[in-house]
Write a protein that binds this ligand. Structure first.
Ligand code: SF4
Ligand SMILES: [Zn+2]
Ligand SMILES: [Zn+2]
Length: 306
């Protein structure tokens, strides 16, 4: 039995980046410390915030809801609500919607389930059958649209998502590799734009593996099923490369994150924030005249009429 480097109790994890074995108590303490560090660093949670948690019911969002309510749930000046988007993916989404319902109930968080079908008249499965675009192109646009709109209508001040260190560093590297520095600038935390609910990522300083272990140690449900439409070959290659690299040279994901953070002042200068318009059709914020959700819906309606 390997023992904890801090107390000699039984170790549950070897943290490569800190070269320490940690027991359950010290791992949980360390994990939560890094959540608080990220939250404080970017002032993610402030007095009088009403925070909408994007709760898909997948492992990351479940841990996010749990840890936020554990660390900040007792504060009277902060309110949490949860929003689940049901895209309408047969066989995949219904079980996670159930998990989301249960976790919100257990944590006593007001829960709102919003579906593609009710809002756009079509499930994602139907969109995929009718349209020509890749499933994730529809899903990404419509989900972001509904999360933002619902959070705003519920008077939320922030929208918390379950992105972890692995997700963030993959996206940073993906943007470098595509040479898409404008997209890289979109990752700058805490950029305020009218009608866009400020997004916060409290788990940006913890590894995906740690999220899984934290969930297991706290007896949280872990849905490991993958979306049937998931197809990200370049991201998967970057994920595998970073995994190997991190294994050989522990802590490099933190270096990637710190490198990106050092670039933020330059990125802000290169890409100052533009004032958003209101979509001429639906009134939601967009950089164009008509938002991407309305454009995609028009395309789908035209296909339906053919
Ligand atoms: S993988 Fe599935 S859930 Fe994720 S964006 Fe694509 S279609 Fe949506
Ligand atoms: Zn210990
Ligand atoms: Zn629109």
């Amino acid at each position: 039995m390997l023992s904890c480097d801090l107390c000699n109790g039984e170790a549950v994890i070897y943290q490569r980046h800190s070269n320490r074995h940690l027991c359950k108590k010290h791992f949980i303490r360390d994990f939560e410390k890094r959540i608080k560090y990220a939250v404080n660093k970017y002032k993610m949670i402030e007095k009088n915030d009403k925070i909408a948690i994007a709760l898909s019911g997948g492992k990351d969002s479940v841990v996010l809801a749990f840890v936020l309510s554990k660390l900040y749930g007792k504060r009277r000046d902060i309110e949490f609500i949860a929003i689940t988007i049901d895209e309408g993916i047969e066989g995949y989404r219904p079980p996670t919607v159930e998990i989301a319902k249960n976790i919100a109930k257990n944590l006593e968080i007001e829960h709102h389930i919003v579906s593609f079908k009710e809002n756009f008249g079509l499930t994602l499965d139907e969109m995929v059958r009718i349209g020509e675009k890749k499933p994730c192109s529809y899903c990404g646009v419509f989900r972001k649209y509904l999360l933002n709109k619902t959070a705003r209508e519920l008077n939320a001040t922030k929208l918390a998502t379950g992105h972890n260190l692995d997700d963030e560093t993959q996206t940073i590297m993906l943007n470098y590799i595509h040479g898409d520095i404008e997209r890289l600038a979109r990752l700058i935390p805490q950029r305020v734009q009218e009608d866009l609910i400020l997004r916060i990522k409290p788990m940006r300083e913890v590894y995906e593996k740690e999220v899984v272990i934290y969930g297991l140690l706290n007896g949280l449900p872990q849905d490991m099923n993958e979306c049937p439409y998931s197809y990200f070959p370049v991201r998967a290659a970057i994920r595998d490369f970073l995994y190997e690299f991190e294994n050989k040279y522990p802590g490099r994901k933190f270096s990637i994150m710190r490198g990106f953070e050092n670039l933020i002042p330059c990125l802000k200068e290169l890409y100052p924030q533009v004032k958003l318009n209101k979509c001429e059709r639906c009134g939601e914020p967009t950089s164009k005249n008509i938002c991407q959700a309305c454009v995609l819906l028009d395309e789908l309606k035209t296909k339906l009429e053919c």
